[in-house]
Every structure is written in structure tokens, then in C-alpha cells.
Design a binder for this molecule. Sequence first.
Ligand SMILES: Cc1cc2nc3c(=O)[nH]c(=O)nc-3n(C[C@H](O)[C@H](O)[C@H](O)COP(=O)(O)OP(=O)(O)OC[C@H]3O[C@@H](n4cnc5c(N)ncnc54)[C@H](O)[C@@H]3O)c2cc1C
Length: 468
Amino acid sequence: MNEHVTTDEVTVIGGGLAGMTAAWELARLGLPVRLLEAAPDLGGKTGSRRIDGRTEDFGVHIFPSFYRNTHRLLADLGLGGSLRPTTKFHQLRPSGTAKARSAEGLLFLYGVVDLLAQDYRNRDQSLYEFLNSRRYLTEAAVADIEHFFLASTASEIRAASAAEFRGSIAAFVRRPGRVRMPRGDLQHWLIDPFRRRLEARGVKVHTEHRLTAVTTAGRHLDSLTLSTPVHTTTEPVTGHVVLAVPHDRVTALGPELTGALRPAHGVRELNSRPLGALHLYLRRRLPGLPAEHVRLVDSPHAITLLDIGQNWTGHRSTVLNCVVGRVERLAHLPEEEAVAVLVDELRGYLPGLDPEDIEHVCFQPHLEAPYFTPGPGADRHRPHTATALTNLHLAGDHTASPPGMTAMEGAVASGLRAAESVRRALRPQLPPVRIDDLPTVSPGAARLVRTALAPLMALARTRAGRRP
Ligand SMILES: Cc1cc2nc3c(=O)[nH]c(=O)nc-3n(C[C@H](O)[C@H](O)[C@H](O)COP(=O)(O)OP(=O)(O)OC[C@H]3O[C@@H](n4cnc5c(N)ncnc54)[C@H](O)[C@@H]3O)c2cc1C
């Protein structure tokens, strides 16, 4: 142990899923852990907030089966039962428009296989570049792939990494299973019980503790400045620190810190975009609405929705929890006007929805808390867990991960990696922290499928007509 690190204590900063996971694993190793979170509650983007007397999720969250680390964590916490399997994803087209032709569906499928056939080990491109170079794709098929992507992330295809998208599609193909969703709001079903288990394991949780500055000395993190609603204090770092805050918050800590990350200052090159949430409480049940996830095809603001009124207990009428992929387009509008635009868009798909039906609205554009999706080539900038400071470790969904391991699974895996990094420093005699890989498909195997599908694709292309 070096002269600066004199205790075994680990301070985890940031109480989102990444920080909570790190704290949980570190406490399992028998280390004294404290978890500091700036907000009044834990959970970060996987949590909820009290708004107008209601518990509102940051946004609807779904848990695909390939989230192996996340599902293992939930089982370990005894919270596997908080999720229920969904049977199907639904697609709603604007009322009055025709269903997609099967030829377009085949081209969509062939495009996905073609993406899987790409070897992105040493290169990357934007999803836009990939789609635009596929001459067999019709405009409708491109739009469908684009919307499919946009609806699940906040990213536009020009700003999205094709390698990342390939990674998550490959994981999904290898582990299709049923996507799971929470039985109720994330606070009650996930975050509150997680916090109780952390505390039962001895983790000291302090909310409303914001890290505002750090200093370094040689190869060590030397001090932390923490602000609470009543005071600001600077304390020496005598143990290890896991920094599990979003990348823009890491950057805000200054060049002394970002220069110590690997790669140095890479974090400053990362970008995030807001992914909004619109929750509409209706006075009645809207007839004919599916009980599971719905993607609004061609929706200008890339809306997906879930009627939690049919899924969560305590609701007698429809409650539409919408995720808005293109919320940034509304950033210039006052909230009321932005909501009116979105409601109008919804009515194009749900003709039964009358503005008079809406009893309460909660709109969270999340412009201040954007969501990270890697852009093309972003991998070379994403910071690694271990840093040049021997007592500083990084976690969070933006940290370096295999392609496709993003969002909640990325956050959980990063928390596990941070715990492993601390274990190596403080408890090398203990077994390593288990971290599961993302299942994947080899480009070679996908090429074989692509070859087998080529005659069908040619037929479908003739039927659908060439793209202008
Ligand atoms: C609307 C929406 C829907 C989503 N849907 C899905 C989904 O369906 N499936 C999926 O897998 N993912 C989804 N995500 C993404 C997922 O929520 C995130 O990837 C994940 O929660 C990130 O976790 P994290 O711990 O890395 O970061 P965060 O959740 O951002 O946690 C960081 C924490 O650090 C705290 N913090 C920040 N600065 C400081 C500071 N200076 N001092 C102390 N604390 C600080 C923050 O308050 C926060 O609690 C969605 C995101 C959004 C916005």
C-alpha cells in the first residue's frame, strides 16, 4: 500500500446503477464502503422522482434477456421478481396508413443480417453511412431501421456508431428470450429495495452530497470537495475512490482529473443527447391499446410508449408513459407547447385520444441529464476503469465496454469492473468479481446467413422497387 492510501475505505461517488452496483460488490468483499449521491434519492436515470405528488420514473425501462450482468445482479439482490416478461413488441402506424409490405420486412431483415456480417474490430462508421451504402435498401426499409434504432436510443443515425448497434443486435440474436419490464415504478420495485440491501450490507449511504472539486498529488487522488445543502468541506482521500458520475460531470472536475484518465482527456470528446419522458394520465381507459410496449412507426419525435395503467397496480385508467427519442427538437418551445405537439402526434396513432381525456401531464425533457449512446469511433475516447491515479477507478455507462454493452447493462458491468479494479488493489487474495461477456455473433457466421438469404433479398428488392 502506498503512503497516501492508508485505509481500506472505498468512497463511491454517484448513486446511479453503476455506483450502486460497485458499492454492492465492494461491500461483498468485506470493504468499508460509503456511497455519496448528489440528488435526494439514489437511482440516477434508472430511478424516479416525486413530481406534483406522484412518483414519476425518469423514463420507461426495459430489460432485454441479453443483460446478463443486470439479471444476475437482480437475482443476487432477490429482486428478479420485480420484472415480468413481455410477450411481444407492438408497432402502431399512423391511422389510415397501410401496413408495411412483406418485401420491405425482408429487406429490413436482410439489412440487419448484413450489419451483423460486418467486421468492426478495427474500424467503425456511422449507422447512416452503413445504411446509405446498402443499395438494396428501399427508403422505407432505411426509415424502419432508423426508427427502430432511434426509438431505443436518443441518437440520430448520423451520430450513432454502427459497431455499437451491431453489438447489441448480435447480443439480442444470441439471447433472444423475453424482454422484461418492471412491475411498477423503478423507485419502489428496484431502487428502494436495492438501497435497503446496500445498507444491510453495511454501506453508508449519503444523499445530497455532491462532489464539486478534486485535487491530485503525483499518482494519487489527494482530496475531495463535497457540498451538501448546509456546508462544503474538503477532505483528504485516504482510501480508494470509484467515480460513477456521467461523463460531463467527470469533465467538469477539470483537466487535472481528465488528464489522469486513460485515454487522457478522451472523456471530453464524448457526447450525450437527451431522451425525454412524457407521462399522460387519462380520465378513462383507451380501448384497444396493447398492454405492452408500442413503437409508433414513422413518429417524427420517435415516440415509444407503454400503458402502465394496464401493467402496474393502482391505476383504473390509461396512463401513457412515452419515451421521446427526438425531444431535442422541442427544446426551443415552452413546455406547454412542446406537450401539445407531442399529444397531437400521439393522436395521429391513437385516434380515440381526446385532449379532454387528459387529467394530468408530466413532461421531463431531461435536457440537463442527457443519455449516452456512443457515436462512431467513440470507443477510442471512452475512459477505462483503471486510471493513472492508483486510488481512482471509474464507472458509469460511458466507460469503455465491449460494443453493444450500453445503457443499464453497461452501467452494471462498469460497476462490476470498478469493484474488480479495487479488489486487485486491496484484496488480491480474494477471487475476481464475476463479469459476464456480451453474447455475440461472428461476422463469418452472419456472412453465411447473408449468402443464403441473397436470392430472397433480390426478389424482395424487385418487388419493393429500387430506392431512388
Ligand atoms: C428516458 C430514458 C429511458 C431509458 N430506458 C432505458 C431502457 O429501457 N433500458 C436501458 O438499458 N437503459 C435505459 N436508459 C438508460 C439508463 O437509464 C442509463 O444508461 C443508466 O441508468 C446509467 O446509469 P449510470 O449509473 O451510469 O448513470 P446515472 O444514472 O446518470 O447515475 C449517475 C449518478 O451520479 C450522480 N451525480 C452526478 N454528478 C454528481 C456529483 N458531482 N457528485 C455526486 N453525485 C453525482 C447523479 O445524480 C446520478 O445519480 C434510459 C434512459 C433514459 C433517460
